[in-house]
Design a protein around this ligand. Structure first.
Ligand SMILES: Cc1cc2nc3c(=O)[nH]c(=O)nc-3n(C[C@H](O)[C@H](O)[C@H](O)COP(=O)(O)OP(=O)(O)OC[C@H]3O[C@@H](n4cnc5c(N)ncnc54)[C@H](O)[C@@H]3O)c2cc1C
Length: 289
């Protein structure tokens, strides 16, 4: 199919983008990499009166080291994140996850701002934003606001963005990871995940002193499992730990059936990935100890 008719503008500043959004009365759509929006236009699932192209804006594509935080500009392409040595050294879970995002051609165009705003519950960057407890910086006609990633994602394909707002940056805290793992299962490599987990642990003596867990593909938004983190830290680290870890994680989610998989199958995958993630994370703390 072909899109319905729309006007097209390509402003060169964020201020001009916001003016165009306000002028469209909620009927404008921002165009970043186009990898999610163009299929929606072609299927006529999105029918904006005006397409506001962000690609002429200078200065929205960057990865900056701010010491205890890494700031990524909204127009930064997936491929730049994937290949960044700074991301590899400071946000290794993100670095490992990026090669699972779609295929090379899509990663060359897709942007972090587009991925977060599209809010697909099986997309890696939204899940990483929740895992790292990132802050999303949003500009609108009333100025700048900052939203924690957990509050940014409201429902499947729905964020807290208002129609006249634009994501300008995402800021990720640099974590003291200890050991970590990113695990994902998709039907084919590069497809959206059926289930995925990011997990990190910090060891102390014979046990854990900290854990962080986020999952995706098993709820309407990516979720950080804070209660599961506390329960994991309380576990003795014996040979039962991976199995108990998977039971803890499974008890915190209840995936629904959908076109791609039954909830039961997604749960089965999540348990498998949880066991694997804990083993990998613990093994990586052994290597760094
Ligand atoms: C075949 C295929 C497979 C894919 N597989 C995966 C996958 O495995 N994992 C994955 O994570 N993604 C996957 N994607 C999606 C891909 O990562 C997209 O690039 C991404 O979701 C959207 O980014 P974009 O820059 O292309 O956004 P666009 O398509 O341009 O925009 C998407 C939405 O975000 C809005 N938007 C864009 N930028 C901003 C901004 N700065 N502020 C506010 N709103 C904004 C747009 O208006 C639109 O509503 C896949 C896509 C395709 C076509």
């Amino acid at each position: 199919m072909k899109p319905t008719k729309f006007d097209y503008v390509s402003p060169s500043t964020v201020e001009a983008v916001i003016e165009a959004l306000v002028a469209s009365n909620g009927d404008g759509k921002l165009l970043a990499g186009g990898q999610s929006l163009l299929p929606l236009l072609n299927f006529r699932m999105a029918r904006p009166s005006v397409l506001i192209d962000l690609n002429r804006i200078e200065g929205l594509s960057y990865i900056k080291d701010r010491g205890d935080r890494i700031a990524i500009g909204a127009l930064t392409r997936h491929r730049d994140i994937e290949l960044s040595p700074l991301i590899a050294s400071k946000l290794p879970v993100m670095s490992a996850a990026m090669r699972h995002v779609a295929h090379l051609a899509i990663r060359n165009r897709g942007t972090i701002g587009g991925s977060l705003s599209h809010a697909d519950p099986a997309a890696e960057l939204p899940m990483l934003a929740v895992f790292y407890d990132a802050t999303v910086l949003i500009r609108g006609p009333h100025g700048l606001r900052m939203v924690a990633a957990e509050e940014f994602f409201v429902d499947a394909l729905t964020s807290c963005l208002k129609p006249d707002e634009i994501v300008v940056e995402v800021e990720f805290p640099v974590l003291d990871h200890g050991g970590w793992a990113f695990e994902e299962i998709a039907r084919r490599f590069g497809d959206f995940a059926l289930a995925s987990i990011a997990l990190s642990v910090r060891r102390t003596g014979g046990g854990l002193e900290g854990a962080r867990i986020a999952v995706m593909g098993v709820a309407d938004t990516p979720v950080r499992l804070k209660q599961a983190e506390r329960e994991l830290v309380a576990l003795p680290l014996d040979e039962q730990a991976p199995e108990l870890c998977s039971e803890i994680i499974a008890s915190k989610v209840s995936p629904n059936d959908d076109l791609h998989a039954s909830g039961e199958y997604r749960m089965h995958l999540l348990k498998h990935l949880s066991r694997r993630a804990l083993r990998t994370a613990l093994a990586s703390t052994d290597q760094t100890a």
